[in-house]
Design a protein around this ligand. Structure first.
Ligand SMILES: *Cc1c(COP(=O)(O)O)cnc(C)c1O
Length: 407
């Protein structure tokens, strides 16, 4: 397998540049063939070789490598501060590839007790029958995390912070120290925070997972996923990968090409287009979400507001330490399911829909929508809970909409 790289002309080192600069330029040099300022959509499956094995820029076949995808992968690695990025056709495809690269039958995984439903389903219903055990744990309880790690058997601790939809915040650095001591791989799903607000690799994680469908894509027009592997990250202790090394990046690269759930060129291009504006969008998402949370907290029909930026949030201090902003997701309780369901049907600016992280505001009822499949499990959510993905519209319109929907 080749290792594609944009080595047709020397690339600038963007590692010292500001986040917004990296998001716009890293991996995205003007096209070497034409000078096109934006990375073109290389809608192509195969590449002419200059003599047998004479690959231009390392490209031979687009499952193994495609220049549009390479640009996205290099940009993602740069914004997460990682060594290598890998782009997939969905967040779950990225998770599936990662878990297959690092687990073997008989292994055990610690997962959040309020993990993203699709992640839980993958671990429990797909990996379970292949001999992988799992334990759901409240990751805000560090003693519980430590107790759930079984020496020699646990190979992965899966962290999501903030979580969905209860916006639990766990201490990445503290969990990283436990994982290091036990030789366990620490995976952080950074979808909700984004690399702009939280840098898990710098806090000690080995690998970051994204559903780029959400904030990184940012416009509700593409499904995608990513893995970013930290510099020098190794496979769980005792595992040698298919290429004969213990390098996590080698194993993930091998599995990405072998399983083939890659991002297509157009999807990679849309995701890259979204990434360029991530910093400015997140600033507005955070400001609007803080205003929505403050409005809801003062509303008589709202019994509880869950937002990491509120002093009332149980992990507010951890969030303030490890995040540079509190994100665009707000959850709240209305006291009874009828009120929650009714208000979800009455908004006009907030669209009733699953998913999150786009420029437009969305509202949903987790118990009957995104989290319907986890009813009756450890991941069940209260039925009076409403979740909003606060978009970047005018804040007065958003608050007026919630006010009339609650009236
Ligand atoms: C959406 C989501 C996923 C799954 O990603 P897809 O792109 O839908 O496959 C994983 N984790 C989190 C936190 C998510 O929000």
């Amino acid at each position: 397998m080749s290792t594609p790289s944009s080595d047709l002309e020397p690339t600038h080192d963007w590692s010292a540049a500001a986040f917004a600069t990296r998001a716009i330029h890293a991996g995205q040099d003007p096209d070497p063939a034409t000078g096109a300022v934006v990375t073109p959509i290389y809608q192509v499956s195969t590449y002419k070789q200059d003599g047998v094995g004479g690959l231009r820029g390392g490209y031979e076949y687009s499952r193994s490598g495609n220049p549009t995808r390479t640009a996205l992968e290099e940009a993602l690695a740069a914004v997460e501060g990682g060594a290598r990025g890998y782009a997939f056709s969905s967040g779950l495809a990225a998770e599936d590839t990662l878990l297959r690269a690092v687990l073997r039958p008989g292994d055990h995984v610690v997962v959040p007790n309020d993990a993203y439903g699709g992640t839980y389903r993958l671990v429990a219903k797909v990996f379970g029958p292949w001999g992988i055990a799992h334990t759901p744990v409240d990751l805000t309880d560090l003693d519980a995390v430590l107790a759930a790690i079984e020496p020699g058997r646990t190979k992965v601790v899966w962290v999501e912070t903030p979580t969905n939809p209860l916006l639990g915040v766990s201490d990445i650095a503290a969990i990283a120290a436990m994982c290091r001591a036990a030789g366990v791989l620490l995976v952080v799903d950074n979808t909700f925070a984004t690399p702009y607000l939280q840098q898990p690799l710098a806090l000690g994680a080995d690998v970051v997972v994204h559903s780029t469908t959400k904030y990184i894509g940012g416009h509700s027009d593409v499904v995608g996923g990513a893995l970013v592997v930290g510099d020098g990250a190794q496979l769980p202790i005792g595992l040698v990968g298919p290429t004969g090394t213990t390098s996590l990046a080698d194993a993930v690269g091998f599995h990405q090409n072998s399983s083939g759930a890659v991002a297509g060129p157009f999807d990679a291009w849309l995701t890259l287009r979204g990434l360029k504006t991530l910093a400015v969008r997140m600033d507005r998402h955070c400001a609007n979400a803080a205003a929505v949370a403050a409005f809801l907290e003062a509303h008589p029909k709202v019994t509880q507001v869950i937002y990491p930026g509120l002093a009332s949030h149980p992990s507010h201090e951890v969030a303030a330490r490890q995040m540079s902003g509190f994100g665009g997701m707000v959850s709240f309780r209305t006291g009874d399911a009828e009120t929650a369901v009714a208000m979800c049907g009455r908004t006009r600016v907030f669209t009733l829909a699953e998913s999150l992280g786009g420029v437009e505001s969305l509202i949903e009822h987790p118990a009957r929508m995104t989290h319907g499949s986890v009813a009756g499990t450890a991941l069940e959510v209260p039925d009076d809970l409403v979740r909003v993905s606060v978009g970047i519209e005018g804040i007065a319109d958003l608050i007026a909409d919630l006010e009339q929907a609650l009236a």
